[in-house]
Design a protein around this ligand. Structure first.
Ligand code: ATP
Length: 512
């Protein structure tokens, strides 16, 4: 991406919008490009507090300083600054910081368009640098948007080296170094410096244990971003009854993101869609995969991506979230209820000014083009609400269908949930419970056990088989209240999805 910035500058794109929260780092990179890759072009920086100031060598020439001060004075207003750029006689890169606050002003918009028109053949470039992307419609066609990437391992290595120097920390092993760097991926340079400092202050050194401190700091920072949530799951795949085919698929790919898998010539898995009846363990499967694969899992909350307060804000939210996920990859990006998240994706151009179609389009493009190892795990309950584009071959590595549990699976689910709560489960007749819970989902089985426990607890006694049976009888399972929906989903899945359980597969073959 940094090369892309240098290509755009060398190719004389007149208006570049650089989205980044890291002003200083990006400014340094631009100055470096100007110095080494162009004909030593001048770089100017505009801020609303300082006006237009030349970047670097400020202290060298007092006359120049005087001139600069008057430039500053006259160019505090964004419109005046842009006009100053138009009149400036030499080539140069003109960085405008946080112009997004002014960009909807008619005078500023007009001045920018005038500037672009006047730049032809002048080797002048305006770079708008801001943590937010706000582009008025009039400028959409003129501007090229670039996300400035977060620091990579090599850059973080420098941050860490500086920190080790400052704290006079003795040498650390290569293994610890790699862990410390990996732990800080996804943070800005300042944030990385901060977490290294904090881990050091807390522990007085930087070793293996401090990786946990850094990781927990990172979780805090990711939480603050508000759109991605770092999920921690203690359960393993064994906490899920049935779904043997799906589990096998996941176990086979436990080491899919390792160097060894790359050397073997395997492609990185892209993602999976788990389709199925509500409460049958789809989300639980996604969360436990994180432990199985040893990768962090981030939930993308699409509800928070949408932000109607400003044009372009929702797109910027999505881009930032995906960028963060990529920067801490290999990672799992979990999207629960994909059908709800993108329900309006294809047809709501009129209802929200096209935002949901654009968000949907950006997400699909990202899925298609992503090269970083972010595995997308999505779940969905309603096939008719899911835009067809998601179901096209090749979008996901596999689409699994999770049906209601069979007799044998229900027995297993009862065993799992009873074992979690009691040691002596031999007193329960599991086959009978499984028979009595025909049509129940895993979540409903768990709820029946909890209801039975409440009942017995209220009577100050231990819960027994009959309490669970009573709770089952008192429940009308979703499969009955939503019979039509479940049948439609099964029909669809029969031909297009892979069954998550062998038993479901057999059942499906029997029917046809
Ligand atoms: P929804 O579509 O409503 O989000 P879901 O299919 O994602 O539902 P989960 O949220 O994973 O279902 O299930 C809810 C809870 O039900 C789980 O946390 C787990 O305790 C229990 N559960 C569901 N299915 C199973 C299963 N196969 N084995 C064990 N527990 C299960």
């Amino acid at each position: 991406m940094k090369e892309e910035l240098s290509i755009l500058i060398k190719a004389q794109y007149p208006l570049i919008y650089l989205v980044t929260p890291e002003e200083q780092r990006a400014e340094q990179a631009i100055a470096r490009i100007a110095r080494t890759e162009t004909q030593h072009q001048q770089v100017f920086v505009w801020t609303m507090t300082q006006g237009m100031v030349e970047c670097g060598n400020e202290q060298t020439n007092p006359d120049r300083n005087q001139a600069r001060n008057s430039t500053r004075h006259n160019t505090v207003s964004p419109e005046a600054a842009i006009k100053w750029v138009i009149q400036h006689e030499q080539a140069g890169l003109f960085i405008f910081k946080d112009l997004h606050d002014f960009i909807t002003d008619p005078g500023v918009k007009r001045a920018l368009r005038d500037a672009i028109a006047s730049f032809k053949g002048t080797e002048k470039i305006i770079i708008l640098m801001s943590p937010l992307q706000e582009i008025p419609i009039e400028l959409e066609k003129e501007v090229v948007v670039l996300d400035y990437p977060l620091p990579n391992m090599a850059e973080l290595n420098k941050v860490l080296d500086r920190h080790l120097d400052k704290t006079k920390t003795s040498r650390i092993t290569t293994e610890v170094r790699e862990k410390l760097l990996r732990a800080a991926l996804g943070l800005t340079k300042d944030e990385a410096e901060k977490v290294y400092r904090k881990a050091y202050v807390k522990a007085g050194r930087l070793t293996q244990e401090e990786v946990d401190i850094i990781l927990s700091e990172k979780k805090q920072l990711i939480r603050r971003n508000g759109i991605l949530e770092y999920i921690e799951e203690d359960e393993t795949l064994d906490a899920i009854g049935g779904l043997d085919e799906l589990k096998k698929w996941l176990r086979q790919r436990s080491n899919a993101f390792t160097e060894r898998a790359r050397e073997y010539g395997l492609p990185q898995p892209k993602g999976m869609l788990i389709l199925g009846v509500p409460g049958c363990g789809k989300s639980l499967i996604a969360k436990t995969t994180s432990r199985l694969w040893g990768l962090p899992i981030l939930r993308l909350d699409m509800g928070r991506v949408y932000d109607g307060s400003m044009v372009g804000r929702s797109e910027a939210n999505l881009r930032n979230a995906l960028k963060t996920a990529e920067s801490i990859s290999p990672a799992i990006l979990f999207i629960d209820e994909l059908d709800k998240s993108f329900a309006g994706g294809t047809g709501s151009a009129d209802s929200d000014g096209g935002t949901s179609s654009r968000i949907f389009g950006s997400f699909l493009t990202w899925m298609q083009e992503k090269t970083s190892p972010v595995f997308v795990m999505a779940t969905a309950n309603r096939i008719e609400r899911l835009p067809g584009e998601f179901l096209r071959k090749g979008r996901f590595d596999e689409i699994f269908f999770v049906d209601l549990p069979t007799q044998q699976e229900r027995e297993e689910i009862f065993r799992i949930h009873l074992c979690k709560r009691r040691d002596d489960i031999a007193r329960f007749d599991l086959p009978q419970l499984a028979t009595m819970s025909d049509g129940f989902s895993g979540a409903e089985i768990e709820q029946a056990i909890i209801a039975a426990m409440y009942e017995a607890f209220a009577q100050d006694r231990e819960f027994v088989q009959i309490d669970i049976i009573a709770a089952l009888k008192a429940t009308l399972p979703l499969s009955r209240t939503m019979m039509e929906q479940v049948t439609a989903l099964r029909e669809w899945a029969r031909q297009r999805a892979r069954p998550a359980a062998t038993a479901t597969a057999e059942y499906q073959r029997m029917e046809f």
